[in-house]
Design a protein around this ligand. Sequence first.
Ligand code: NAD
Length: 264
Amino acid sequence: PRGLMAGKRGLIMGIANNRSIAWGIARACAAEGAALALTYQGDALRKRVEPLAAELGATVVGHCDVTDEASLDAVFARCGDLYGGLDFLVHAIAFSDKDQLDGRYIDTTADNFTRTMFISCYSFTAIAQRAEKLMQNGGSMLTLTYYGAEKVMPHYNVMGVAKAALEASVRYLAVDLGGKGIRVNAISAGPIKTLAASGIGDFRYILKWNEYNAPLKRTVTIDEVGQSAVYLLSDMGRAVTGEVHHVDCGYHVVGMKAVDAPDI
Ligand code: NAD
């Protein structure tokens, strides 16, 4: 294969369906010649991920629930058998109880706080630990975050706190792994209507608000996030690590947002 990612072997975790950001990234990496291994969470998603994998000639390496260590170990063992190593990794996984992605942050429960942190933040570290062993010739790891880590966004609540911790973990991992030539970055994507996003209260309003206020006057697509991911995952980004790169049509630079959009 030819392209910016020819000869690179990657594991992409977090495809639920053809609207997933991880799917946009997989498609962009495949278009640049990467060989891909994909995981799915549970049998319900397996039926969705298998045909998508076939479309890209990707290998499905099994079920992975990040709360189940055995499933994580099995997936990495499978990648080792399949490729003998890994060049890149994509973590596009987050979860919080839908009831708490609405209303006030202060009402979050200890249980949901812990679960949200574990699945949305710690899992990236757990995956990085395993991927490090397979990246003997250096590599690139990428996770997905959102502006709600930096500023308070309505309804994002405990997920914003988890994303802030995730962004901090990107910096710590970048230092831990830099000596081995392994880079660690995050893309802070603008809002996109996906399965996970549909759990967030008033999401349509958030999309409209972004459309109205972003410098480019629109929201981003999963393909655009995918193409930015190619830069960070390929050798094009070889001097970039510890970075949170915004792919949000510029929304985050605007200080004085409009009071209201005329068509909301
Ligand atoms: P999505 O629903 O398509 O993907 C979320 C994925 O997380 C699913 O594939 C799901 O199976 C997986 N997941 C959840 N809990 C898991 C667990 N315990 N073990 C393994 N996998 C688990 O939604 P998406 O919007 O593509 O989300 C991907 C990433 O992008 C998330 O980290 C999300 O926070 C982030 N993000 C999304 C937006 C947006 O507006 N959609 C914006 C910025 C960042």
